[in-house]
Design a protein around this ligand. Structure first.
Ligand code: SF4
Length: 328
């Protein structure tokens, strides 16, 4: 691990000022970034600790919630308003990592955590375009059980590891950002980039920009939502497939539906085609399966992950049946 400067900010303006003076990385709970530094995958000259910025969850004028970027993952998961109005978010957080890591990890850090592709972490022996642009991708033709079936490129097929972000995608969350050029809001669905020919550039954030919070709008589908994660062991494992879904049924017809998938792309993947096909229909397992067939027709699989297509289809259908109260 190389030496670096450490600064601790007490408010966003101070964080921006320090980061602007010395090119630096923002440090949340450190549950991913510090690992990357220990393994010499990242070597920032300076860290600006933003984990002590105000960590609040507050009501918004439109009846939603604003969750501060420095709020710890377990605090979000246990918050009464999150549990009752956004259960998918609480369940997704509790499905991620261990209790100890959730006690440390922040909302901002969770959003910006990096892939867990094994080749990315093997700096001594593997080719990885994300770690070293132009060096190749050992996952293509290698061990790719955990890798993408949507949105991959010939340069990278990694997935985003966050459970929380899958729930935020289903909730149409909006990320608040402050930077040298001012403040802006970025829909969570637009924050992460697909790899294209630059898998090392993972988000649309500009240098020095700091995530300050995440806003959630109220909706009946958000309040009637669920998260399911399929993994190789029952805890402390990343998703093979995960599903965040919300459903509102009015007079026997689907009035609102949200489906987001995790473990399938370099960003949370919203199943917009399936949602479009199901909106306005009466909920039934056969209809769910047909819509998922249409969604998954665009999947591109590799030797080790072809099983994800059927797994995604069955998992989403099971979650939707549960939410709709129809026979699975
Ligand atoms: Fe690197 Fe992406 Fe290939 Fe993994 S999938 S080895 S992260 S380029």
């Amino acid at each position: 691990m190389r030496s670096f400067d450490y600064h601790c900010a007490t408010n966003p303006a101070e964080a921006l000022s320090i980061a602007g003076a010395a090119p630096a990385r923002y440090l949340g709970g450190g549950t991913n970034l510090v690992d990357l530094m220990r393994q010499n995958i990242e070597a920032p000259a300076a860290l600006v600790d933003v984990s002590r910025l105000p960590a609040v969850i507050e009501e918004t004028p439109n009846g939603g919630l604003l969750i501060g970027a420095a709020v710890r993952n377990n605090v979000v998961a246990a918050h009464p308003s999150v549990r009752t109005r956004y259960p998918v978010l609480s369940r997704a957080l509790l499905a991620g990592a261990s209790a100890q890591i959730r006690n440390m990890a922040t909302v901002g850090g969770n959003i910006l955590q990096r892939t867990r592709c094994a080749y990315f972490y093997d700096a001594a022996g593997s080719h990885c375009n994300k770690r070293e642009p132009g060096s190749g991708c050992d996952a293509i033709g290698g061990f790719n059980r955990y890798h993408a079936i949507f949105g991959a490129s010939e340069h990278c097929i990694a997935t985003h590891p966050s459970d929380m972000c899958v729930a935020l995608a289903a909730l149409d969350a909006v990320v608040h950002v402050k930077g040298p050029g001012g403040e802006r809001d970025v829909p969570l669905l637009d924050l992460h980039r697909l790899p294209g020919d630059r898998p090392d550039i993972e988000t649309v954030l500009q240098p020095g920009e700091l995530i300050t919070g995440v806003a959630l709008s109220p909706s009946a589908a958000a309040a009637h939502s669920a998260y399911r994660k399929v993994r190789d062991r029952s805890s402390y494992a990343f998703a093979l497939i995960s599903v965040a879904a919300g459903l509102e049924v009015v007079d026997g017809r689907i009035a609102d539906i949200r489906i987001a998938l995790g473990g399938v792309a370099a960003k949370p993947w919203r199943a917009l085609r399936a949602e479009e096909m199901l909106l306005g229909t009466d909920p039934a397992k056969e209809r769910f399966l047909a819509a998922l067939d249409a969604e998954l027709a665009a999947a591109k699989t590799f030797d080790g992950n072809a099983f994800k297509v059927e797994l995604a289809k069955r998992t989403v259908a099971a979650v939707l049946c549960e939410l709709a109260g129809v026979n699975p």
